[in-house]
Design a protein around this ligand. Structure first.
Ligand SMILES: *[C@@H]1O[C@H](CO)[C@@H](O)[C@H](O)[C@H]1NC(C)=O
Ligand SMILES: *[C@@H]1O[C@H](CO)[C@@H](O)[C@H](O)[C@H]1NC(C)=O
Ligand SMILES: *[C@@H]1O[C@H](CO)[C@@H](O)[C@H](O)[C@H]1NC(C)=O
Ligand SMILES: *[C@@H]1O[C@H](CO)[C@@H](O)[C@H](O)[C@H]1NC(C)=O
Length: 188
């Protein structure tokens, strides 16, 4: 704040949407994001995120929109995402996802637009049916170990027309290799 760096221990409950879209984030989606259960919207589209979608995102039970489009996410869509019963908008398009699209609950309401441009997804609402090999399976997730020494998201939100966090949040997040995160926030 005005030149001072504050470390927030808790995410403020007013901070209910995160828009990190159109940055150059690489690495994987941190599992701990699933702990931010006040979130109503999460947009990390148009980055260079790889690895699988963490099943912990299914813990974000207040989520109304989730946009992970235009990244390099691979593996299957976790079944846990069907736990997001308030989800109105889902966009997983333009990734490298494979396997069956989960069904039930909100997943019955999304159109094929939500899933297009992936490597090899199948099942409703896409026209491609799933082979037996996928039946009832919890498909093995691809394991990408290339970021073994951790990764860094440098969030420089000011100056990007695209993503910002609820309009009042600039700062950066460092995710350290042990999975813990410190969130440094500057308030305008
Ligand atoms: C998500 O919920 C499960 C089961 O309640 C719990 O074991 C897990 O630690 C949670 N994950 C996060 C990131 O909060
Ligand atoms: C999903 O995201 C892609 C790429 O960001 C975009 O072109 C498309 O319009 C979006 N689709 C929906 C249904 O929001
Ligand atoms: C998506 O749905 C529309 C209309 O329901 C259909 O015309 C189109 O072929 C479908 N695309 C894919 C990839 O399944
Ligand atoms: C996510 O951000 C992109 C780019 O800023 C935007 O086009 C898209 O509409 C956003 N998605 C949602 C669900 O708001």
């Amino acid at each position: 704040m005005k030149g001072y760096e504050l470390e927030l221990v808790h995410i403020l409950t007013i901070l209910v949407t995160l828009d990190f879209s159109c940055n150059n984030f690489s690495g994987e989606i941190p599992v701990f994001l699933g702990g931010l259960n006040a979130l109503k919207g999460l947009n990390i589209s148009h980055n260079m995120l790889r690895g699988t979608i963490p099943s912990s995102l299914g813990n974000l039970t207040n989520l109304e929109w989730l946009d992970l489009s235009a990244n390099k996410l691979s593996g299957n869509i976790p079944l846990q995402l069907t736990d997001l019963i308030w989800l109105e908008i889902l966009n997983l398009s333009e990734n490298k996802l494979v396997g069956p699209i989960p069904n039930g609950k909100q997943f019955n309401t999304f159109s094929n637009d939500s899933f297009k441009g992936n490597l090899d997804l199948c099942g409703f609402p896409l026209s491609k049916p799933c082979n037996e090999e996928y039946e009832g399976s919890t498909m093995e997730q691809e394991n990408e170990s290339e970021d073994a020494n951790g990764f860094t998201w440098k969030v420089v939100l000011l100056g990007y027309g695209c993503g910002f966090v609820f309009g009042i949040f600039i700062g950066y997040i460092n995710f350290f290799s042990n999975g813990r995160a410190s969130l440094f926030v500057k308030w305008l």
